[in-house]
Design a protein around this ligand. Structure first.
Ligand code: UD1
Ligand code: UDP
Length: 367
């Protein structure tokens, strides 16, 4: 026992890791002890371990190994494991990230143990309760004592829900800290050759994993038809999330020579490809943000986004299946915007981690 306040971080799924890394790093300069719990919601090496290695995250102190399941099964398994850890370790603060099932599980357990909760990436709203992430965001924010927001509209959403403004801190985007920190390591040439692309020429990177796009056979068929239309213009590299892979393959994804399927890529390999792409097509939350900072045109295949700041201050646009092929063609014709010519949201500057760490340390009375 050091007597220093214990800050317990809970991560579980791929998008959590680039958000947690800069916070954990920045907290090392404060007088706190840290404990990293990985719920094991994501467990394939390519969905989990590769991020620990590439981002220099510490090995988790506890891996709950909950694995996959239904929403209730997965959330409950995480809660049971987290309850034991929190009851044994008595953290002064529990820090949760993003909007996955592990996030809401941790917030629920901590709140019932009367432990303060800090939510990194609070306040984002798609206003679409059919998305499981929206339910997780609303519940997590409701239970959180500290709400760390990436952008002003997230603070507005919380204010409209009656959250005490004193609990809300506009700190910027820690996922962008990670991107800017590792940007110099991106290697487009290598990434192209690893997915079988020629050294020159346009290509599109696509990622699809939202249940609304891939779960149902008809939706998957429609997504594949749309990707085939895009592949008529130029090669489409598709690193496939394990959720999507069987469904997309089953409805004929590979029946077009322009589709370049890939396993989920590591962080550096993926962002190297994104950086060199002419256009990105996605339904990912994080990728909308990363393309904005890299200045790569992004077309989000969803009816809404919880990240409207990437449209107002970035390169993102929402699109439908019917509109997507023409939208890609027009961006290919226009060419990539000149470097630095697209806007970036305020405070997405690589220093969110230290700002968050200062708020967290202050809340537990640590220097
Ligand atoms: C989860 C998050 C989603 C996030 C996404 C990031 C929830 C409700 N959803 O969705 O918000 O955008 O992570 O990638 O928390 N699987 C594997 N190996 C793994 C992980 C998953 O094969 O390492 C497969 C399993 O078949 C599993 C399926 O993917 O059933 C879905 O995994 P799950 O964690 O339930 O949800 P995601 O779709 O990954
Ligand atoms: N990502 C990755 N490899 C891939 C696809 C995505 O490293 O093959 C990274 C991406 O750059 C971002 C994070 O994973 O940092 C986003 O995760 P995901 O799209 O799974 O989740 P979401 O942001 O939609 O919740």
């Amino acid at each position: 026992m050091t007597g220093r306040p214990l800050v317990l971080h809970v991560t579980g799924a791929r998008p959590n890791f680039p958000k947690a890394a800069p916070v954990i790093q920045a907290l090392r300069t404060h007088d706190v002890e840290q404990l990293l719990v990985h719920t094991g919601q994501h467990y394939d090496d390519r969905m989990s371990q590769v991020f620990f290695t590439e981002l220099g995250l510490p090995r988790p102190d506890v891996d709950l190994g909950i694995g996959s399941g239904t929403h209730a099964g997965q959330t409950a398994a995480a809660m049971v494991g987290l309850e034991e850890v929190m009851t044994t370790r008595h953290p002064a603060l529990v820090v949760v990230y993003g909007d996955v099932n592990s996030t809401v599980a941790a917030a629920l357990v901590a709140a019932k143990l009367h432990l303060p909760v800090a939510h990194v990436e609070a306040g984002l709203r798609s206003f679409d309760r059919t998305m499981p992430e929206e339910v997780n965001r609303v519940v997590t924010d409701r239970l959180s004592d500290l709400l760390l927001v990436t952008c002003a509209d997230a603070a507005d959403n919380l204010r409209a829900e009656g959250v005490d403004p004193a609990a809300v801190h506009l700190v910027g985007n820690p996922m962008i800290d990670t991107l800017l920190r590792h940007r110099g390591r991106l290697d487009q040439e290598r990434a192209r050759s690893e997915v079988g692309l020629a050294a020159e020429g346009d290509y599109v990177v696509a990622t699809l994993h939202r249940p609304g796009n891939v779960d149902d056979r008809e939706h998957a068929r429609r997504a594949v038809a749309t990707l085939h239309q895009v592949a008529d213009h130029c090669p489409v590299v598709l690193p496939m999330h394990p959720r999507s892979r069987p469904r997309l393959l089953d409805v004929g994804l590979l029946d077009h020579p322009g589709i370049r399927p890939a396993d989920p890529l590591g962080y550096l390999g993926f962002l190297s490809l994104v950086q060199g792409a002419s256009v990105v097509v996605t339904d990912s939350g994080g990728v909308q943000e990363e393309t904005t900072v890299l200045g790569v045109p992004c077309l989000t295949l969803r009816p809404n986004t919880e990240r409207p700041v990437t449209i107002t201050h970035g390169t993102n646009a929402l699109t439908t299946h019917a509109e997507l092929p023409a939208a890609v063609a027009s961006r290919l014709a226009a060419g990539r915007p000149a470097a630095g010519s697209t806007p970036v949201p305020p405070l997405w500057d690589g220093h969110a981690g230290p700002r968050i760490a200062a708020v967290l340390a202050g809340s537990v009375g640590a220097a």
